[in-house]
Structure formats: structure tokens, C-alpha cells
Write a protein that binds this ligand. Structure first.
Ligand code: SF4
Ligand code: FES
Length: 221
């Protein structure tokens, strides 16, 4: 067993320390679960799949955006506390949980989720989970993006989705998407820090999408 101390940012803005034991080879999520199991921790956090599929567990770990379910504890110096904070640029709901509404609103403004004609269902039959390519909508790119300090910036995930829509619109209105992204709150608001691409756990490369979108818009100007 290994001993880990987590320093967790709480709703009130304070940090609490929690020391737990987990088996060798554990991931950050395993240590969080041990803290959650302590009745007096009252920790609020979110997770589901445990394998980088649901996108719900994203956090900042020692200041870096990560999915704790695929981040081994062996990456850290365990003689010091590991600091866990909620994602940046999202409203905090409680402890490590943030409100994803602004993220989904931006994705919807672009035209996601894409629904092909053969994917429509009779009324009352739920739609399958539809996502843009391999983006798991974890929000890590948004948290890492310095341009998100402008609260109107569309953000890396939505702009990556826009590039995909312009490539293969599947019925989406290309002119409407172009008009949304060809703005200061769209591709021209990106500061080219590449932090979005650096933290994306799925290799989506939103920064590359933004660069290609700029080139596409300039060619069409
Ligand atoms: S582009 Fe990558 S980092 Fe951004 S939401 Fe999608 S999977 Fe997460
Ligand atoms: S628990 Fe689903 S992505 Fe981490």
C-alpha cells in the first residue's frame, strides 16, 4: 500500500487535507474515492466510467488539467500533498464539481450534437449519445485555455467541432457556422498557446483545428 495526501479545494474556497492508503499502481481517482468514503469528508465530486470515456471527472491536479481516472499516482511526488481543484473557467457548483451548461451552450451554438437523418428516432424514443468525433466533452481544453478569460470566447472544443462541421456538414448550415467562427469571439480570439491541445486526453488537437479554420477563412475571403 502507498500513502497519499490530497489537498482539496472546497466550495468555500478553503483547502482540506486528507491522507489515505491505496494499493501500489493506483490512480488519482482511487485516492479520491477513499476520501469520498470517509463520512466526515463530505466531498462533492463527479465521475462515472473510470476509463476516460464519460468525460465527467476532469480536474486540475497540481495546477494541470487531467482526468484522474487515467492519471497514475506514480506521476507525483507522494511525499507532498497533491492539490485537486475544479476546472477553471466554469462556474463552481460545489467542491470539485462545475456547471457544464456554458460548455454545452457553446457546442449547441455551433450545431452539435450532429444528428444524421438515419439517427432520428420516433417521438419518445431517446436519442443515442452523440458526440463530435472522439471528443468526450471533458472540458479540460476550456479550463486550460487563456482566451477563456474573455467570457464570450467560443472555446477550443466548440471550434474543433466547427472545423469538423465545415468539413462534413451533414445538413448543417455552413454559412451560419462560418459567421460564428469568423469573429473575435471565434477563431480570431485564440491566443495560440496550444494549451488545449497539450491537455486534451483524446488527441483532438483543438489548436490545430483553429489554425486550419483561420487558413480556410482567409482563403475564402
Ligand atoms: S477537445 Fe479534448 S480536452 Fe476538449 S472537451 Fe474534447 S476531449 Fe476534452
Ligand atoms: S471517470 Fe469517466 S472520464 Fe474519468
Amino acid at each position: 500500500m502507498i500513502t497519499v495526501t490530497l489537498r482539496i479545494r472546497r466550495t468555500a474556497g478553503n483547502y482540506t487535507l486528507h491522507t489515505v492508503s491505496v494499493p501500489e499502481g493506483s490512480y488519482v481517482i482511487d485516492a479520491i474515492e477513499r476520501v469520498f468514503a470517509q463520512p466526515d469528508s463530505r466531498l462533492v465530486w463527479r465521475h462515472a466510467c473510470h476509463h476516460a470515456s464519460c468525460g465527467s471527472c476532469g480536474l486540475r491536479i497540481n495546477g494541470r488539467e487531467c482526468l484522474p481516472c487515467i492519471t497514475p499516482l506514480s506521476e507525483y511526488d507522494l511525499s507532498r500533498p497533491i492539490t485537486l481543484e475544479p476546472l477553471d473557467h466554469f462556474p463552481q457548483i460545489a467542491d470539485l464539481v462545475v456547471d457544464f451548461s456554458p460548455f454545452y451552450e457553446r457546442m449547441q451554438a455551433i450545431g452539435m450534437p450532429l444528428i444524421r437523418e438515419d439517427e432520428t428516432r420516433p417521438e419518445g424514443v431517446p436519442m443515442p449519445l452523440l458526440r463530435f468525433e472522439n471528443c468526450i466533452e471533458c472540458g479540460l481544453c476550456v479550463s486550460a485555455c487563456p482566451a477563456m478569460r474573455n467570457g464570450r470566447f467560443l472555446g477550443p472544443a466548440a471550434l474543433a467541432a466547427a472545423e469538423r462541421l465545415l468539413e462534413e456538414p451533414r445538413g448543417a448550415d455552413r454559412d451560419r457556422v462560418r459567421a460564428l467562427v469568423d469573429t473575435q469571439d471565434g477563431v480570431w480570439g485564440c491566443r495560440s498557446s496550444y494549451q488545449c491541445t497539450a491537455v486534451c486526453p483524446m488527441g483532438v488537437d483543438p489548436a490545430g483545428s483553429i489554425i486550419r479554420l483561420r487558413a480556410r477563412l482567409l482563403q475564402q475571403a
